[in-house]
Design a protein around this ligand. Sequence first.
Ligand SMILES: Cc1cc2nc3c(=O)[nH]c(=O)nc-3n(C[C@H](O)[C@H](O)[C@H](O)COP(=O)(O)OP(=O)(O)OC[C@H]3O[C@@H](n4cnc5c(N)ncnc54)[C@H](O)[C@@H]3O)c2cc1C
Length: 373
Amino acid sequence: MNKTDVAIVGGGIIGLAHAYAAWKKGYQVVLFEKDETAVGASVRNFGLIWPIGQPQGKLFERAIRSREIWLKLAVEADFWALQNGSLHLAYHQDEMDVLNEYHQKFGFKTSVLNPIEVQTVSSISNSKGLLGGLFSELEVNVNPREAVSSITDWLRAQDSVTIITGEKVVHTETGRLTAVSGEWQADMIYICSGSDFQSLYSNAFRSSGLIKSKLQMMKAVSSVQEVSKGPTLCGGLTLKHYQSFAECQGTAKLIQRLNEELPLYHKYGIHVMISKNQAGEWIIGDSHEYGLTFDPFNKADINKLILDYLSGFCTVAGNGMKITETWYGVYAKNPAGTEYTFEPETGVKIVTGFGGAGMTFSFGFAEEEIEKL
Ligand SMILES: Cc1cc2nc3c(=O)[nH]c(=O)nc-3n(C[C@H](O)[C@H](O)[C@H](O)COP(=O)(O)OP(=O)(O)OC[C@H]3O[C@@H](n4cnc5c(N)ncnc54)[C@H](O)[C@@H]3O)c2cc1C
């Protein structure tokens, strides 16, 4: 029988991060991905490493550590990673108040900008009605399609790593893994199967409390060019979305106003961000519908709501913008925490449920996890 120290089920970013961390510690690693290439949440996301969205303390530090590893790996595995930061824009006083409060209480490498300063940082921000913005230096932008494929190829080239794609793992138990082509003996098995709750340990998943979210996304080209490599942009709705801002006193009232004024945005869990990849294409999203099974179709109404809101804070929307792709992604989310881990049997660990921060936490989390071995 084949033997390894660490076996990993799933070639999304969480599986890859565990493979990388285990390889760094000198373990023999085998990773199985059921599809020819990973096509789950890890290639459908924005590609944002987003410390500013994470609560202070351990989680923020994990995001910062993860960011460090992302940047190092981008050089090693040769993929694009831009340290362009983020810019939250405010068009209402309650949004500006939250940004000021965040900066004063928690701001790490952040600065509050007036409307003129905003324009110098981001030439695509809409100046009409703008009160100001919060710039943060820390956020990093990768192209997830390129990054996942480069990391997979790079790991595959390491002596002590075996990557097997196009092969589903059909059974695991203490010390043993069964894939379609045969059996492996493994001291430790990580199940990083993302939102697939059915293939393995379906009972454990059923009682886990995990839910799923379906998110709609778009890619666009536009005649509006950005002068510099500007930050990823977002508006007031994003202050509703990330846990970090919940720690500000003004946020509860802001959320109440947004929900009353924009009920459809509340219904579809929409907050709007726009980033640019290395090919100059704009990545725009997203919505959040919650459940366990989703219809396989994108809703045109949701995309319109996203684009309408975008035009309020970004000049890329509208003029000459052409949508070139639409898609949706599904992630697993632990409503009771920032991730979900569970050992259904000794030496077998399920690791999923990172919600909208799986790219951000991936490498930092995996490093901590492998350290426990
Ligand atoms: C639209 C969208 C935008 C997002 N934006 C961001 C962002 O900007 N920043 C951020 O931090 N996070 C973001 N996220 C969240 C992030 O993408 C996820 O948290 C993360 O990708 C989850 O990674 P994963 O490896 O757990 O899951 P996945 O990427 O879904 O990978 C799981 C893999 O396991 C494989 N698999 C399952 N079962 C088996 C089996 N039995 N045998 C073999 N293989 C198996 C699947 O084929 C799949 O490839 C976003 C998510 C979405 C959907």
